[in-house]
Write a protein that binds this ligand. Structure first.
Ligand code: ZN
Length: 99
């Protein structure tokens, strides 16, 4: 993971200490964080704050729920940020161009 995105991810990991997830079902939660109360779907690892839709990183609400469920937070990362996907994308040769 690039340093800049890793720093953002680490910052998001610190915030869930203040999250209070309230389970509605096995995978749907309402998370209270200060005055905010977004809904979290753990099947898709998304939240109504839409942070993951924008960045690909799980937001603090999703991380809070995964901690409550005792799941590994690293599994919630988009495959784009993983080394396996990086090597898969660049495994082919990049042919030189005439210029
Ligand atoms: Zn969120």
């Amino acid at each position: 993971m690039k340093y800049r995105m890793k720093a953002k991810f680490e910052k998001e990991r610190e915030e869930p200490r203040n999250c209070n997830p309230l389970p509605s079902s096995n995978s749907i939660f309402e998370v209270t964080l200060r005055l905010d109360r977004p809904h979290v779907d753990m099947n898709a690892a998304t939240s109504t704050c839409r942070k993951r839709d924008l960045t690909g990183l799980p937001c603090c609400h999703v991380i809070g729920c995964s901690t409550w469920l005792k799941q590994d937070v690293e599994d919630l990362l988009h495959p784009f940020f993983k080394k396996k996907k990086y090597t898969q994308v660049y495994q082919g040769a990049i042919l030189p161009c005439q210029g």
